[in-house]
Design a protein around this ligand. Structure first.
Ligand code: PHE
Length: 339
C-alpha cells in the first residue's frame, strides 16, 4: 500500500495538461469515485490496524496533493487560453491612423508641381526682413501706405527689422545674387498687421513667380498663366487680365479665371460675374531690375504672385480663414491622407 501511494505521488507530481478537457480527464482518472485514489481509500479497510494511522495520513496527503495539482493545472490552462486569445498573432493588425496633409500644403505642392514642369525652381528667403528688400528695392515710394505701421509688423525701427508683407522680397534676394536667366518660384509665409477675422489673418501664404531673361514679353506671362490656370482648375478654364497697379511691375494686371463652379455662367460664388480673381502679375519694372543690379536694357522679366489660402478656398471652399491655423483635427481630417 505504501509503495502504491509513493508511486502515485510521483506520477501526480509529473502530471501535465494543455487544455481543460485533459485536466478533466485527469480529475476523473484520479479523484472521481472510481478514480485511482478513491480505490486506494476503498482498500484502506483491509489495512492492518497498527498501520492505519500512518497510511491514513499518507492517503490524505496524496488526495490533497492530487486536488492541488489538478486545480493548478486547471488555472494555468485557463489563464493560458485567455492569454492566447488576447494575443492572437493571426489577427490582422489594427490599422494605424494616418496623418493628413494640411490643405495649404496640398495646394502649395500642387502649384509647385505645375510650375516645376515649366522649369521654375524654388527659391527661399527669410521671413524677417528689412525695408530695402521688402519695399525700397521694389520701387515702393518712401510714403507708400504699405510701409505704414497699419500694414507692416515692425520689429525694430532703426536699423529697420520687419516681417515681410509679401514674398516679392525673395525676388530681390535672388536678383541681387544670381545672374539672368532667372526662373524661380518663392512659396512662403507673409505677415500683415490685420485684425483677425473670417476673411483676414495676420499671416498667410503666398507664392511668387519670377522670370527674367532676354526678350521676355507680356505674351510669355500670359501663356504661362493660361497653362497654370488650366492645370490647376481644368482644361476648360478661361483667363482674363485686368489692368492693375503694383509698384514693382509695369504694366500690371490682375488675373481672373472663369468661375470653375458655374463655368462662367454666373453663380453666387462668383457674385454672378462668371469670373473669380486669383492673382496679381506684371512685367518687372525696370527700376526694380536696376535696383538689383540687372541691366534693364538687356533684360526684361515678368512676375506674378498669389495667395495660397485664396486658391485653397477656391478649390475647397473653406469659409473661415482661421480654420487654416487652428489645427482642428476634424477639419484637417477632411483632406487627403499623407502618402
Ligand atoms: N506681391 C504682390 C502682393 O503681395 C503680388 C504680386 C507679385 C503682384 C508679383 C505682381 C507681381 O500683393
Amino acid at each position: 500500500m505504501l509503495e502504491k501511494i509513493e508511486a502515485l505521488k510521483s506520477v501526480i507530481n509529473g502530471l501535465s495538461a494543455t487544455n481543460k478537457d485533459e485536466v478533466e480527464a485527469l480529475r476523473i482518472k484520479y479523484l472521481s469515485k472510481k478514480g485511482e485514489i478513491s480505490l486506494l481509500f476503498n482498500d484502506f479497510r483491509n489495512v492492518p490496524n497498527e498501520q492505519k494511522k500512518e497510511i491514513g495520513q499518507k492517503l490524505n496527503e496524496l488526495k490533497n496533493l492530487a486536488t492541488d495539482k489538478i486545480n493548478t493545472l486547471r488555472e494555468s490552462v485557463e489563464a493560458g487560453q485567455s492569454e492566447a486569445m488576447a494575443i492572437d498573432l493571426t489577427r490582422p493588425a489594427a490599422p494605424a491612423p494616418l496623418g493628413k496633409r494640411h490643405p495649404i500644403s496640398l495646394v502649395r505642392q500642387e502649384i509647385i508641381s505645375i510650375l516645376s514642369r515649366l522649369g521654375f525652381t524654388i527659391a527661399d528667403g527669410p521671413e524677417i526682413e528689412d525695408d530695402w528688400h521688402v519695399f525700397s528695392s521694389l520701387n515702393f515710394a518712401a510714403d507708400h501706405p504699405a510701409r505704414d505701421m497699419q500694414d507692416t509688423f515692425f520689429i525694430q525701427r532703426s536699423p529697420d527689422v520687419l516681417l515681410r508683407t509679401h514674398t516679392s522680397s525673395v525676388q530681390t534676394r535672388v536678383m541681387t545674387t544670381a545672374k539672368p536667366p532667372i526662373r524661380i518660384i518663392c512659396p512662403g509665409r507673409v505677415y500683415r498687421n490685420e485684425a483677425i477675422s473670417a476673411r483676414a489673418h495676420c499671416f498667410f501664404h503666398q507664392l511668387e513667380g519670377l522670370y527674367i531673361d532676354k526678350n521676355v514679353s507680356f505674351a510669355d506671362l500670359k501663356q504661362t498663366l493660361l497653362y497654370f490656370a488650366r492645370e490647376l482648375f481644368g482644361p476648360e478654364t478661361q483667363i482674363r487680365l485686368r489692368p492693375s497697379y503694383f509698384p514693382f511691375t509695369e504694366p500690371s494686371a490682375e488675373m481672373d479665371i472663369s468661375c470653375h463652379l458655374c463655368h462662367g455662367k454666373g453663380c453666387g460664388f462668383c457674385k454672378h460675374t462668371g469670373w473669380v480673381e486669383i492673382l496679381g502679375c506684371g512685367m518687372v519694372d525696370p527700376n526694380v531690375l536696376e535696383a538689383c543690379g540687372i541691366d534693364s536694357k538687356e533684360y526684361t522679366g515678368y512676375a506674378f504672385g498669389l495667395g495660397i489660402e485664396r486658391i485653397t478656398n477656391l478649390k475647397y471652399r473653406v469659409k473661415d480663414l482661421r480654420m487654416f491655423s487652428e489645427n482642428d483635427v476634424r477639419f484637417l481630417d477632411e483632406f487627403e491622407a499623407a502618402h
